[in-house]
Design a protein around this ligand. Structure first.
Ligand SMILES: Nc1ncnc2c1ncn2[C@@H]1O[C@H](COP(=O)(O)OP(=O)(O)OP(=O)(O)O)[C@@H](O)[C@H]1O
Ligand SMILES: O=P(O)(O)OC[C@H]1O[C@H](OP(=O)(O)OP(=O)(O)O)[C@H](O)[C@@H]1O
Ligand SMILES: [Mg+2]
Length: 280
């Protein structure tokens, strides 16, 4: 039975469970449940703190886990990223009091507070910056005002928390994070391929739509270039032999641009429908 770690609370929890449900797996009804067996799919879900998930997977206790890339790298365990999951995006950045820091080098000899000390120590060491790292559990934005640090390194999403603390970002982003599936390096436990294929199916169904349109036969090559699809578009005859019907998957975010371009080309009856589920 495949043993999978899922965030039990926090920023990633709801989206992780929603994605697994969409992939056809049973998920817990009560947020206090710690384990959930799905016998139909021969899989077992363990609901754990997102920060601890990499530790369980790295030690081999659990086969795979859904967690944040930043939390995974911070844990410094023997595991690898198997795929990105398309949610939980965030950026990990340096910040300091407004006007005080402009570049990474200025951190030499300073104190930097963070909840991600493993990640930060690696980053500073790789760039030869000699700063002392102050490990805090959370709310690191308050650390400078309270005098335990000179700057911070933290997750920034909207920047609201930073602004409220009178701080601003500086330097290059340390890391772009999102939710990822992690597993033991080189391991391929039974059921993992199916899980990955199902998750990929959810990603594609979320990111793509199905587009149908009619176009004059002589324009089909030009139209197909706009909608190449994953393999190749389906082209079907119409009763009026001067026209054909074309069907192709396109990126959801390109929908309106492609509809405009197809219309300008002379395509008509352009229809877009959602993809409920798929296997690619
Ligand atoms: N706005 C956000 N705030 C915090 N984390 C976010 C945000 N958006 C995405 N994430 C991601 O969520 C994960 C952190 O989740 P979570 O906040 O549950 O952990 P935590 O901060 O360790 O726990 P808690 O805040 O409950 O003490 C990281 O991978 C982070 O990149
Ligand atoms: O840029 P923003 O949209 O304001 O979001 C970023 C903030 O959200 C997270 O805090 P969280 O709520 O997880 O609390 P924590 O710091 O105690 O983990 C993160 O640590 C930042 O403080
Ligand atoms: Mg948090």
């Amino acid at each position: 039975m495949l043993r999978v770690a899922v965030p039990n609370k926090g920023a990633l929890s709801e989206s992780a469970s929603a994605m697994l449900s969409e992939a056809g797996y049973r998920q817990r009804r009560d947020s206090r449940e710690l384990v959930m067996v799905d016998p139909d799919n021969d899989i077992e879900f363990f609901f754990l703190r997102p920060r601890d998930i990499a530790v369980y997977v790295g030690s081999g206790t659990l086969d795979v886990g859904l967690t944040g890339r930043d939390l995974f790298l911070d844990a410094q365990v023997e595991a690898e990223e198997l795929m990105s999951l398309g949610f939980g995006a965030s950026t990990f950045r340096f910040a300091g009091p407004v006007g005080e820091f402009a570049s990474l080098e200025e951190l030499n000899g300073k104190r930097v507070a963070t909840s991600y000390d493993g990640l930060l120590r690696d980053y500073l060491a790789e760039r030869g910056v000699d700063a002392s790292v102050v490990r805090l559990d959370g709310a690191v934005e308050s650390s400078v005002r309270l005098g335990v640090a000179d700057a911070i390194a933290d997750v920034v999403e909207t920047g609201t928390t930073l602004r409220a603390a009178g701080m601003e970002i500086f330097g290059e982003p340390i890391l772009k994070s999102e939710a990822v599936l992690i597993g033991r390096r080189g391991a391929s436990p039974a059921g993992l391929d199916v899980l990955k294929r199902r998750l990929k199916g959810v990603l594609v169904a979320r990111q793509y739509v199905m587009m149908d349109y009619d176009v004059r036969k002589e324009l089909v090559e030009e139209a197909a270039a706009l909608t190449p699809g994953l393999e190749s578009p389906t082209v079907s005859p119409l009763r009026d032999s001067d026209w054909v019907a074309v069907r192709s998957m396109i990126k959801k975010s390109d929908t309106n641009r492609i509809m405009d371009e197809l219309y300008d080309l002379g395509a008509r009856a352009i229809l877009v429908s959602t993809i409920h589920a798929c296997r690619i």
